[in-house]
Design a protein around this ligand. Structure first.
Ligand SMILES: [Zn+2]
Length: 320
């Protein structure tokens, strides 16, 4: 117990006396006595310094964390942006693909229409199949460059830069002209515009004093006086409906020209066709004579419209 008390007293004395530090410089010893307050002060300073360093460290770490968080946010936004752009690109491509396919269908429909017109107006001089094939094979390809080229080519093809439309228009105009010409020819062919024979116009259509009967009587045609044997021609193309004796007309030829028109040639000396024959316009069908009720060789010429006798004079435009 006494020993413990002594140790405590010594410790107290040592604390009060301070820390003795002894340096040996050569053979001389230097002794420092450090005050306990100084030591406590040093400890306090050291602790404060350490705490400042630690606080600084923590602040730096916090700043770094914030920076990382901010960068993470930037990255997330960038990714979202990229995803959106990618989506938009896909949508744009899908749209371009769709539009291209629409153009392609439109082009095909137009080609079909043009082919139908070509079938009517003539042979298509344009070889478009090669170009169309190149446009159709890329239908399923979606590379943006391929798509763009195809789109442009389709547009060009549709806007008729291939010139086919122009050719078609020219062909259609020629076709129409030809059709009109054919129609006019057909009309001319079946219209009795010729004189039935050479000679002079001796008696018109209408009421007149009959040369044999001696009284006013309706003359159902016109007379052209000519020498016996003068050729009588069909004034229009048609089908012969009679070539025989026909009462007062004597030996007569009748021809049906269609569209309600027919002609009659009377008092012939001979006929060179028979019923049922088809004759050209201007073809010789008989010869001038004086058969039937006639006073001299002439051709009695009648034009019938829907069965009624009409004045032939307005029809007679030329001799051949
Ligand atoms: Zn007559």
């Amino acid at each position: 117990m006494a020993k413990l008390l002594r140790q405590a007293h010594n410790a107290h004395t040592a604390w009060r006396d301070g820390l003795v530090v002894k340096f040996m410089l050569g053979r001389q010893g230097v002794v420092y006595r450090l005050s306990p307050w100084l030591i406590v002060g040093c400890f306090l300073l050291l602790a404060a310094g350490l705490q400042a360093v630690l606080a600084n460290q923590a602040a730096r770490e916090e700043r770094l964390r914030q920076r990382i968080a901010s960068l993470e946010e930037d990255k997330r936004q960038a990714l979202t942006f990229l995803q959106r752009k990618e989506r938009e690109k896909k949508q744009a491509l899908a749209l371009a693909q769709l539009r291209s396919d629409e153009l392609w269908d439109e082009l095909r429909a137009r080609d079909k229409q043009m082919d139908q017109i070509w079938k009517v107006v003539g042979k298509n001089p344009t070889a478009r199949s090669k170009q169309r094939r190149s446009l159709s094979v890329s239908r399923s390809r979606t590379h943006p460059l391929v798509l763009k080229r195809r789109y442009l080519e389709l547009q060009r093809a549709l806007h008729g830069e291939d010139g086919e439309m122009k050719k078609l228009r020219t062909a259609a105009v020629s076709y129409r002209k030809e059709k009109v010409r054919q129609a006019e020819l057909a009309l001319w062919n079946t219209h009795p515009t010729l004189w039935p024979c050479d000679g002079y116009f001796s008696s018109p259509f209408g009421y007149r004093i009959h040369p044999i009967l001696g009284y006013a009587r309706f003359h159902s045609g016109c007379d052209i006086s000519a020498g016996t044997g003068t050729p009588i021609r069909a004034t229009a193309a048609g089908r012969v409906t009679g070539a025989d004796y026909l009462g007062g007309y004597g030996l007569a030829v009748t021809i049906d020209h269609g569209a309600g028109l027919s002609t009659l040639y009377g008092h012939c000396s001979a006929v060179s066709v028979k019923s049922g024959d088809y004759v050209r316009k201007g073809q010789i069908v008989a010869s001038v004579g004086s058969t039937g009720m006639s006073t001299g060789p002439h051709c009695h010429y009648e034009v019938h419209q829907n069965g009624a006798q009409i004045d032939p004079a307005p029809f007679m435009q030329s001799h051949r």
